[in-house]
Design a protein. Sequence first.
Length: 263
Amino acid sequence: AASPPLQAVTANGEEVAAEELLRDAENAFSEVFSVQAPRDVLAGLWSGIKCVLSGVLLGVAGAVATPIEGARESGMAGCFRGAGLGLCTGLFFAITGLCTGVFQAVRGLVATPRAICMASQGRRWDSTAADWVEPKVYSLPEEAEHVLTAEEDEEEAAGAASSSSRSPRRSRVVDTYYYDQLEVSPSATQQQIRKAYFQKSRQCHPDKTSEDGAKERFQAISEAYQVLSDPQRRQTYDVQGRQGPSAEGFIDAKVFFSVLLGA
């Protein structure tokens, strides 16, 4: 009664092994021969040349190495057998490389009209995906957000390293008005301050919201960032508050936002 299940398990194991063998063969073939879809006729010709050269080199290597290995194992008889096997191996790789090269050249020729059309539409060739993709539209706000996120770990690491010297000074500020505008603590890092300004200025921008007091709120956020983003002005503000010189010389909020983030 246990025989049929055992045979089924054996059959399944053989199928899995065969699939793995085919997968390994496909990977090895793609590593030896350049079979990625070419962009155009020039890329197809270059890919074809590489395939032909790969096939010839492998064929020559097999034709030379096999007789030597045969002679080493079985003497003269093994040398002759190796020579025959090496000749067959060499012909196989050479013919395979030639056929693959011709195939790649034809693919490149066929793909050329589409390549011309895609290039005229402003698309770019993605060599990794082997396909045409739309160019990414440049966005300064997105880049700014990316930079802020990318710098976060570095800023926090630097802030943590010097927290012992900064925390006492930041925790005893005489005024927290600007920190409250950005909703950050007096011990916030420059990264946290930039991130808070970026988020809140976009939320409160007068061109993007019709809420009452949006203009005043936007101006307050801008002034807070102009002070806290400057280490010298921030230090003066922490000691003297808004009555000191740090609360002077502000740039118009809209101009500052436009220059900083390209909005």
